[in-house]
Design a protein around this ligand. Structure first.
Ligand SMILES: [Zn+2]
Length: 106
Protein backbone atom coordinates (compact mmCIF):
# COMPACT_ATOMS: atom_id res chain seq x y z
CA UNK A 1 0.00 0.00 0.00
CA UNK A 2 1.42 3.32 -1.07
CA UNK A 3 -1.15 5.80 -0.05
CA UNK A 4 -4.34 5.99 1.94
CA UNK A 5 -5.07 4.87 5.40
CA UNK A 6 -3.86 2.04 7.49
CA UNK A 7 -6.24 -0.65 8.60
CA UNK A 8 -6.36 0.96 12.05
CA UNK A 9 -7.28 4.32 10.56
CA UNK A 10 -10.05 2.75 8.46
CA UNK A 11 -11.30 0.91 11.47
CA UNK A 12 -11.34 4.13 13.51
CA UNK A 13 -13.20 5.97 10.77
CA UNK A 14 -15.75 3.21 10.42
CA UNK A 15 -16.32 3.16 14.17
CA UNK A 16 -16.77 6.92 14.26
CA UNK A 17 -19.23 6.71 11.32
CA UNK A 18 -21.19 4.01 13.12
CA UNK A 19 -21.28 6.24 16.17
CA UNK A 20 -22.60 9.18 14.08
CA UNK A 21 -25.27 7.00 12.50
CA UNK A 22 -26.30 5.87 15.95
CA UNK A 23 -26.67 9.47 17.10
CA UNK A 24 -28.68 10.33 13.98
CA UNK A 25 -31.01 7.43 14.68
CA UNK A 26 -31.52 8.82 18.16
CA UNK A 27 -32.33 12.24 16.71
CA UNK A 28 -34.74 10.70 14.20
CA UNK A 29 -36.47 8.72 16.93
CA UNK A 30 -36.84 11.91 18.96
CA UNK A 31 -38.22 13.82 15.95
CA UNK A 32 -40.70 11.05 15.24
CA UNK A 33 -41.88 11.20 18.84
CA UNK A 34 -42.39 14.98 18.65
CA UNK A 35 -44.25 14.69 15.33
CA UNK A 36 -46.54 12.02 16.75
CA UNK A 37 -47.28 14.21 19.77
CA UNK A 38 -48.11 17.12 17.46
CA UNK A 39 -50.33 14.89 15.35
CA UNK A 40 -52.21 13.70 18.43
CA UNK A 41 -52.57 17.28 19.65
CA UNK A 42 -53.97 18.34 16.26
CA UNK A 43 -56.55 15.55 16.41
CA UNK A 44 -58.06 17.09 19.50
CA UNK A 45 -60.61 19.84 19.36
CA UNK A 46 -60.66 23.07 21.35
CA UNK A 47 -62.02 21.30 24.42
CA UNK A 48 -59.17 18.80 24.33
CA UNK A 49 -61.39 15.90 23.35
CA UNK A 50 -60.26 13.56 20.61
CA UNK A 51 -61.94 14.19 17.27
CA UNK A 52 -64.45 11.65 16.06
CA UNK A 53 -63.18 9.31 13.40
CA UNK A 54 -65.14 8.98 10.14
CA UNK A 55 -66.52 5.69 11.44
CA UNK A 56 -67.66 7.26 14.72
CA UNK A 57 -69.30 10.14 12.87
CA UNK A 58 -71.17 7.68 10.66
CA UNK A 59 -72.49 5.83 13.74
CA UNK A 60 -73.67 9.05 15.26
CA UNK A 61 -75.05 10.77 12.16
CA UNK A 62 -76.37 7.85 10.13
CA UNK A 63 -77.39 5.33 12.76
CA UNK A 64 -78.08 7.68 15.64
CA UNK A 65 -76.05 5.55 18.03
CA UNK A 66 -73.38 6.59 20.51
CA UNK A 67 -69.97 5.84 18.95
CA UNK A 68 -68.55 5.04 22.38
CA UNK A 69 -71.11 2.59 23.78
CA UNK A 70 -73.66 2.01 21.01
CA UNK A 71 -76.40 3.58 23.13
CA UNK A 72 -79.51 4.83 21.36
CA UNK A 73 -80.71 7.47 23.82
CA UNK A 74 -79.36 10.94 24.24
CA UNK A 75 -80.21 13.83 26.52
CA UNK A 76 -80.77 16.86 24.35
CA UNK A 77 -78.63 19.83 25.28
CA UNK A 78 -78.61 23.41 24.13
CA UNK A 79 -79.23 24.10 20.47
CA UNK A 80 -77.21 26.66 18.59
CA UNK A 81 -77.76 27.53 14.99
CA UNK A 82 -78.33 24.28 13.18
CA UNK A 83 -76.48 22.09 15.65
CA UNK A 84 -77.46 20.53 18.92
CA UNK A 85 -75.57 19.18 21.88
CA UNK A 86 -76.35 15.58 22.75
CA UNK A 87 -75.28 13.61 25.80
CA UNK A 88 -75.39 9.83 25.74
CA UNK A 89 -77.74 8.52 28.45
CA UNK A 90 -75.66 5.36 28.88
CA UNK A 91 -72.04 6.51 28.95
CA UNK A 92 -72.26 10.29 29.24
CA UNK A 93 -70.23 11.08 26.13
CA UNK A 94 -71.22 14.44 24.71
CA UNK A 95 -71.41 15.50 21.10
CA UNK A 96 -72.24 18.56 19.10
CA UNK A 97 -74.26 17.33 16.16
CA UNK A 98 -75.58 18.95 13.04
CA UNK A 99 -77.14 15.97 11.28
CA UNK A 100 -76.42 14.75 8.74
CA UNK A 101 -73.39 16.90 8.09
CA UNK A 102 -71.32 17.39 11.14
CA UNK A 103 -70.50 15.92 14.52
CA UNK A 104 -67.79 16.54 17.09
CA UNK A 105 -67.04 15.67 20.66
CA UNK A 106 -67.59 18.30 23.28
ZN1 LIG B 1 -72.56 6.29 24.96
Amino acid sequence: MTNGKTLEEWSEEINSTIEKVGKMQGVLAEMTKVLLQQKNAMNKNAQGAAELTAEEKAKLLEKGTCPDCGGLSFYPGPEGGLSQNLKCVTCGSSFNVCAPFFAERI
